[in-house]
Design a protein around this ligand. Structure first.
Ligand code: CTP
Length: 411
């Protein structure tokens, strides 16, 4: 952090009382810190305390009071130029809304606008759990993530209301670590930054009659982890999801579908434009030929269900992709896995296939960990240990990034 100029934006949340400690940590590492305090923030932490620990004036309004010694009306521009990064912690629902709407009504909002898109902006939302999960807050977070801000999800624990839930700001040490990482990443930006990534996830459902369907045990966790990780790397992510019980990852554009036909229709809209297509969905391979409209009655001792084949979404993309586009698939296998996975890689014209061992305890559907083997189209095989799905997603994206220069593509 030595020599880095950091602006910390503080909003009106109880976690604001921890920010003087963050300022101290940053200064100890040689950073120069200036604070932009919102009106709400003044209720939780004093300007004097912040000015004392930062050894800099604290900024609140854009315009200096008339007659003040310092008549600089363009301070928001010079601050934006001065800073190497902006950290907003805690970020309240109100400030998330102001920033995502592009309002410019105090120094923090003004500096936010003058910084982007060239400098890292780290946002740490902290608020009541229900507020955080509300559609409006999630929409604003998605907008800000899509603009390239790094929005770090709050932690779970006891909240100011006394209730337990998600909404706690990470500790100053964790904020410092995220900032150090972002500044380092800024020098070596992910190859996925700004690229269009489409991820399919979850199961599909094929209607038998008005109340029954064929499906599988997929929870969507792996696909969602990949979408989340790609968005964190700055990709513009579209997540096409079958029916799952998962919240949308921040910064990801989500399309909900039910059947394979719907997933196929949603996906093909991106076939020409996307840089990278990742098929992580457990797509139903067959559907009932003639779904019954109402509820079928059990009048017969035996009934036969005729199934017809569904389109293979990933194979369709793989076969028609043009130079510069990458296709990545998953192969969920219980036996003779590697061989089958290699065959799928070739048949579907993929650049990478992820062999996903299935045992329902440590790996596969509806568990939180996975055991994956990555197989490139050049035959290179990398076995990963048992990892959390989030860590596994990072390793899959690392492997994809390695493919980028080799294929001449620039996802
Ligand atoms: N896939 C797809 N559309 C389908 C079937 C599969 O897009 N109709 C994708 C999956 O998302 C996955 C890959 O193809 O990335 C392999 O899926 P998998 O279920 O392992 O294999 P299948 O091709 O369906 O073959 P099989 O069921 O015979 O193993």
């Amino acid at each position: 952090m030595n020599g880095k100029n950091i602006i910390i934006g503080i909003c009106g949340g109880i976690a604001a009382y921890k920010i003087p400690q963050l300022v101290r940590l940053l200064k100890k590492r040689g950073a120069c810190v200036r604070v932009a305090l919102t009106e709400g923030g003044t209720h939780f932490v004093s300007e004097l305390a912040l000015a004392t620990v930062s050894e800099e004036p604290v900024y609140r309004k854009i315009f200096p009071p008339t007659g003040s010694d310092e008549m600089d009306f363009t301070r928001h521009i010079s601050l934006g130029e001065w800073a190497d990064a902006l950290v907003i912690a805690p970020a309240t629902a109100n400030t998330l809304a102001r920033l995502s709407a592009g309002l410019c009504d105090d120094m923090l909002a003004a500096v936010f606008i003058t910084l982007r898109p060239a400098k890292p902006v780290l946002i740490f939302p902290a608020m009541d759990g229900q507020m955080f999960l509300s559609p409006s807050v999630q929409r604003n977070i998605a907008t800000l993530s899509a603009q390239g801000c790094l929005v770090i999800n709050p932690e779970s624990g006891v909240l100011a209301s006394g209730q337990c839930g998600v909404g706690r700001m990470p500790e100053p040490e964790a904020i410092l670590a995220a900032l150090e990482k972002a500044l380092h990443c800024g020098e070596k930006r992910s190859l996925l930054y700004g690229k269009s990534v489409v991820v399919t996830a979850g199961p599909t459902r094929e209607k038998i009659d008005g109340v029954r369907f064929i499906s599988n045990y997929s929870s969507g966790k792996m696909g969602f982890a990949i979408a989340r990780a790609a968005a964190r790397r700055g990709a513009i992510v579209t997540l096409i999801s079958g029916p799952v019980h998962l919240p949308s990852p921040p910064g990801v554009d989500r399309l909900d579908v039910e059947s394979t036909a719907e997933m196929n229709a949603a996906a093909e809209g991106f076939f020409r434009s996307c840089d990278l297509f990742i098929g992580a969905a457990a797509v139903s391979d067959y559907r009932p030929a003639t779904p019954y409209d109402g509820k079928m009655k059990k009048d017969d001792e035996h009934i036969e269900l005729t199934l017809v084949k569904n389109p293979d979404i990933l194979a369709r993309f793989g076969r028609q992709k043009s130079e510069g586009q990458l296709a990545v698939g998953f192969a969920l296998e219980t036996q003779t896995g590697l061989e089958n996975a290699r065959k799928k890689l070739v048949d579907k014209n993929l650049d990478l296939i992820v062999f996903n061992f299935f045992d329902r305890k440590t790996s596969g559907f509806d568990v939180d960990t996975n055991i994956l083997t990555l197989i490139g189209s050049d035959g290179v095989t990398v076995e990963l240990p048992q990892l959390s799905k989030d860590d596994a997603a990072e390793r899959v994206l690392d492997a994809i990034e390695e493919l980028c220069p080799k294929t001449g593509s620039n996802p």
